[in-house]
Design a binder for this molecule. Structure first.
Ligand code: ATP
Length: 455
């Protein structure tokens, strides 16, 4: 059972240090959030899982980490300057502004129906580059990470000798001046995306599109989101983005409703074609703006025919923050216990847990116990699994409950038996709450095997 409401998640996130409102001591800024001590671990683990699946587990994808400030012309020719906007309406009664498609004819603040006609509002943030503010030397904060993948296409191909089918993957920040940010980290103004641009031969694009939709659904399942909590939405033709021939949105049942978690688009030859010089010789299928500024042809040459071919692009584009929210929601549960009490558990997959193992000394002022616990922490930390926490809690039972609530898969308790008895530690499992004694000498292997298993 996932969380009953967004409030439950927001409250857990703040209380335990996953996510805070940004600038809260000054009243906060709408649509901006900061990731705290546990949030940064969870988010990094999710991004690492994506990178493993998209780059390391495959041999046909290369990585990229491009600048966030983006050349103005890149976002002109991509079509974002002209079309990356949402319809905005003003309420004449209370002056509130809304995204027109979020309303049903009434202001959400005051209920008035006295609204202006919708007009386009461009979502890109602009900023000045360099010391002269002459209105011409500006750049945009990128509204998606994808464009830098296209503008670097030639460099990557030259450096790696790749030929389609191959992909370029990137994880990074994106910025959109959303008119009405809302629903916690679901719709924010600064967020992260995990994007793959997968370049394929024209004509094979529809098969690859299907391949990537299936692959992405399987990946979300490995992050703890079963298929029956997702729905595929085949975006109707009249709602497609300007670059898309077909888009499948992977929708998840968030606490506030069924909404997009990831989009998988067939961007055709639109983007590489848009950024290319000499477009007329490229036989493009997409309608693109004439480009007189680019100095490069973003195409591959057929070795036999010497013909230039612009690959089609399949793009799985996932939001990191929406992913974190979905993963948290799916993992959250409140369990009734036999003794009549209840416990909150984050049943996160092991590879996503912010703290992998908590090492708890039974007595905080017993030198032998403390020293052994600290040594265990160091030994386990060297396994490279992620954060291992040494913590003297005073009360072991409370320590277990707290670690249940933040998703720590196992706790290791060091007691007198460890030192003076049979040289074992207690290993306590988050999900079953079972405890077993493991010989100190076997602990490292035990923990390594435990995290090597899926779960
Ligand atoms: P929406 O229709 O919800 O505004 P979109 O269709 O504009 O989203 P895309 O342009 O397809 O979104 O972006 C790809 C992914 O980036 C989305 O699936 C989502 O996970 C994430 N994303 C987009 N906008 C935001 C935002 N404002 N806050 C958080 N994540 C976002």
């Amino acid at each position: 059972m996932p969380a009953k409401s967004m409030d439950e998640l927001v409250s857990l996130c703040k209380r335990r240090g996953f996510i805070f409102q940004s600038g809260e001591i000054y009243g906060g800024v709408q649509g901006l959030y900061d990731y705290g001590p546990l949030g940064v671990e969870l988010k990094n683990n999710l991004k690492a899982a994506w990178w493993r699946a998209m780059v390391y587990d495959r041999d046909d994808v290369e990585g990229l980490d491009a600048a966030i400030l983006t050349h103005r012309l890149a976002l002109k020719y991509s079509g974002h300057e002209a079309t990356f906007s949402d319809p905005m309406v003003d309420c004449r009664a209370c002056k509130a502004r809304w995204r027109a498609d979020h309303l049903e004819g009434k202001c959400l603040a005051c209920g008035s129906t006295d609204l202006t006609d919708p007009r386009p509002f461009n979502l890109m943030f602009r900023t000045n580059v360099g010391p002269v503010d002459d209105g011409a030397s500006f750049a945009y904060l990128r509204p998606e990470t994808a464009q830098a993948i296209f503008t670097n296409f030639r460099h990557v191909v030259d450096a790696t000798s790749r030929r389609p089918p191959f992909g370029i993957a990137q994880i990074g920040k994106a910025f959109r001046n959303e008119i009405t940010p809302r629903n916690f980290i679901f719709r924010v103004r600064e967020f992260e995306q995990m994007e793959l641009e997968f370049f394929v031969e024209p004509g094979t694009d529809e098969d690859w599109h299907k391949f990537w939709v299936d692959a992405r659904v399987a990946w979300w399942r490995d992050q703890g989101i079963p298929e029956d909590r997702l729905e595929l939405l085949y975006v109707p033709a009249d709602e497609l983005a300007h670059y898309s021939k077909a888009t499948v949105d992977i929708m998840y049942r968030f606490p506030h409703g069924l909404e997009e978690l990831e989009g998988v688009a067939n961007r055709t030859d639109f983007d590489l074609g848009s950024h290319s010089k000499g477009q007329d010789e490229l036989g493009l299928t997409a309608r693109v703006e004439t480009n007189r500024d680019s100095n490069t042809r973003l195409a591959v040459q057929d070795t036999d025919s010497k013909q230039w071919v612009v690959p089609f692009v399949i793009e799985p584009s996932a939001g990191v923050d929406r992913g974190v929210l979905a993963v948290l929601n799916e993992a959250y549960r409140v369990e009734e216990l036999d003794n009549g009490s209840s416990r909150t558990v984050l049943a996160l997959p092991r590879h996503l847990a912010p703290i992998k193992v908590a090492v708890l000394p039974l007595k905080r002022n017993h030198d032998g116990i403390v020293e052994t616990a600290r040594r265990i922490k160091q030994d386990l930390q060297r396994l490279g699994l992620g954060r291992i926490l040494y913590e003297h809690t005073g009360n072991i039972g409370k320590g277990y409950r707290r670690h249940d609530e933040v998703g720590t898969p196992i706790c290791v308790t060091v007691d007198f038996e460890t030192l003076e008895g049979d040289q074992t530690v207690t290993v306590r499992d988050r999900d079953s709450m079972s405890q077993q004694r493991v010989p100190l000498a076997d602990l490292t292997r035990f923990v390594r095997d435990y995290f090597a298993e899926q779960g």
